[in-house]
Design a binder for this molecule. Structure first.
Ligand SMILES: [Zn+2]
Length: 463
């Protein structure tokens, strides 16, 4: 072998070896990689894959955990991710992506693994207006919401010192407004048409609450109210922006007396004839929080034929509310009664502010495996919540007739951060075509709602 031949061989061998490094990107399934959003860990964000030093996450993390609107076009293998201020388009296997600032080249193109589409987290986060930082020591991705500028907050610049309204719901003839801090409501009664007006000086809507809505000053969001003799609907709006002030209006069918009272950072307007200004749960009543998961741009799981989890669980939640209204020993609070999004921490705060006795979050399941099926209930803390979870699972399982996936432990934020007995119910799998077709049925939802109420009553020892 002469020197030239040897050099040629070395070159070929070297090129051959190098091609392995190029063709096989260094891929690690990074179980230890954490994602933090505003310093809070994102639960269930597992399944992170690091490829070419790029953190890749399942699109479900983008829709469920970050709350952006995600559309998947199977025929084109294309994902569209949007929020009120940005839209991006990514395609499986393509390193070019469409963004609001034009066509960009990705560090790593989206790919499919176990029927799940993975997208680059840094790119998506940055485009959606988040600050993205990687801490190599702790293997943590830090996402931070950038303070909204005038353009990203629908033209209304909130007073940075103002208290934010995080949730508005109406159940059991009672309006509940939850806020980040104490508010000083000013209430008034107007006629022609009859209505109760609640002004909340120095308040603005929280970013989570307004996400995806187009609410500008003067525009109005509506919470439909069904089955009430007194109340037609609830409206909310940004009444003025200088200084920022939220107004909530209860549209009445006839004039009606009410009691306004506050408990921690919750404000209640109670239209029950027996209403008092005592805190919720007084008179030995048990305070139950029903938390229909997701809402608004956070659709939750997407069913086999496109049914959205947020709608199914809201229907079931409102059916539970209608039943609990008849229970004289239960004081019910809903985290949401319409298609709005309540940040997870706010759901916890509502339960804590209300000194709740029980917290139940209602969900529908989704899995890459289309055959996955069954009912399951989760608790975070054995001592505090296992019994509640076991009882809910027993009753709901009997109602669904689905496969028993048991009552088991999981660290979902809403059941981990609450301090009262708390459970998270997954009624069935929307990604399973059979279960999806059953879960949308009114009769089935009524049966599940009855089972939830029976479970809550058994747990609370109410006859
Ligand atoms: Zn869910």
């Amino acid at each position: 072998m002469n020197r030239n031949t040897r050099n040629l061989w070395l070159t070929i061998t070297f090129a051959f070896l190098m091609s392995f490094f190029i063709l096989l990107p260094q891929t690690t399934t990074a179980a230890s990689t954490q994602i933090m959003l505003d310093n809070q860990p994102i639960e269930g964000a597992g399944d992170v894959i690091i490829t070419n030093q790029t953190t890749m996450v399942p699109i479900r993390v983008i829709s469920e955990k970050l709350g952006y609107n995600v559309k998947w076009k199977k025929s084109d293998q294309q994902v569209t991710i949007s929020n009120p201020s940005a839209t991006i388009k990514l395609t499986v296997g393509q390193s070019n992506a469409d963004s609001t600032r034009g066509n960009v080249v990705l560090e790593q193109s989206p790919f499919m693994k176990s029927n799940t589409t993975y997208v680059p987290l840094r790119f998506v986060g940055t485009e959606m207006g988040l600050k993205v930082k990687w801490d190599n020591t702790s293997k943590t991705v830090h996402l931070e919401k950038v303070t909204a500028g005038p353009d990203t907050n629908n033209g209304v610049t909130p007073d940075p010192n103002s208290t934010t309204i995080e949730g508005i719901s109406y159940s059991d003839n009672r309006l509940m407004i939850s806020s980040s801090d104490k508010v000083n409501p000013v209430d008034s009664v107007l006629t022609n048409p009859n209505r109760i007006v609640i002004d909340l000086p120095k308040t603005s809507f929280g970013a989570g609450f307004l996400q995806g809505t187009e609410l500008k000053q003067g525009e109005v969001g509506t919470i439909p109210v069904t089955g009430s003799a007194d109340v037609k609907q609830i409206r909310y709006s940004i009444f003025s922006s200088q200084p920022s002030q939220v107004r909530v209006v209860i549209d009445l069918n006839q004039s009606k007396s009410y009691k306004l009272y506050q408990q921690n950072d919750l404000t209640f307007v109670d239209l029950n004839t027996t209403a008092t200004t005592k805190p919720v749960g007084s008179g030995g009543k048990k305070v139950v929080i029903i938390d229909p998961g997701h809402g608004d741009t956070d659709s939750g799981g997407i069913g086999a034929t496109g049914v959205l989890e947020k709608n199914v669980v809201l229907n079931v939640g409102n059916k539970v509310a209608a039943l609990l209204k008849k229970e004289s020993q239960i004081d019910l609070i809903m985290t949401r009664t319409d298609d709005t999004f309540i940040p997870l921490d706010s759901r916890v705060k509502i339960a804590e502010d209300a000194n709740a006795d029980v917290f139940l979050s209602i969900h529908g399941n989704a899995a890459p495996n289309k055959d996955a099926s069954g009912t399951e209930t989760f608790y975070a803390d054995t001592k505090r919540s296992k019994l509640l979870s076991d009882i809910i699972q027993k009753h709901v399982l009997a109602a669904t007739g689905f496969k028993d996936r048991n009552s088991k432990q999981a660290n979902y934020l809403v059941i981990r951060k609450t301090t009262m007995p708390a459970a998270l119910l997954e009624i069935g799998f929307l990604t399973n075509k059979t279960e999806e077709s059953i879960m949308v049925q009114d009769d089935f939802q009524n049966k599940v709602a009855q089972a939830i109420v029976a479970g809550l009553k058994e747990y609370l020892n109410i006859k």
